[in-house]
Ligand binder design. Structure first.
Ligand SMILES: C[S@@+](CC[C@H](N)C(=O)[O-])C[C@H]1O[C@@H](n2cnc3c(N)ncnc32)[C@H](O)[C@@H]1O
Length: 162
């Protein structure tokens, strides 16, 4: 019940955040640059988990990579389809239900600021699913908020823990 409420609140929140974007407003940030050699060497499409507005998707397509962009938010996915026709594929799903790709599908998975919302058990299960869809020796490149973020207070849950 609490988890169901959390899921609905999270979905409503992100659908509201991702109402409408134009491509020109999407800003690429440089955090992925340090992983360029890993990204450049990927011969398979790259998975952008929790893609949101698509800043990492944009970084990857600008580098000529094939990208599969995923999010729980239908609005995020609508914007990706509208703004980035170069994207190979989009998928709308909740990671708490599992990540719907075959084993060994990817050499690189990007998870930017989308894996810090869950309790320990769910986080482990999502990481284990990412491990499953990565080829042996593949890379998960992720960024998470710190619980010690004194500047912005990030790391404290907006919707409570369950
Ligand atoms: C802070 S935004 C990050 C967006 C983008 N990766 C970036 O760094 O700009 C977090 C994103 O994760 C998505 N997300 C959160 N929980 C999710 C879940 N359980 N399953 C799928 N996507 C989820 C949200 O819908 C949101 O778009």
């Amino acid at each position: 019940m609490i988890q169901q409420e959390y899921r609905q609140n999270s979905l409503d929140y992100w659908n509201n955040v991702h109402k409408e974007y134009n491509r020109e407003t999407i800003k690429v940030d440089d955090w992925l640059e340090r992983f360029d050699s890993i990204i450049d060497n990927s011969s398979k499409p790259i998975l952008d988990l929790g893609c949101g507005g698509g800043n990492d998707t944009l970084y990857l397509i600008t580098k000529g990579k094939q990208v599969i962009s995923c999010d729980q938010s239908e609005n995020a996915i609508k914007n990706i389809i509208k703004n980035f026709p170069e994207v190979k594929e989009t998928r709308c799903f909740n990671m708490l239900d599992g990540i719907p790709f075959e084993d060994d599908s990817f050499e690189v998975v990007i998870a930017d600021l989308c894996l810090h919302y869950f309790n320990d058990g769910d986080t482990r299960s999502i990481i284990s699913d990412i491990h499953r869809i990565l080829v042996p020796g593949g890379h998960l490149i992720l960024r998470v908020n710190s619980i010690n973020d004194v500047n912005h207070g990030a790391g404290r849950s907006q919707w409570g823990r369950f």
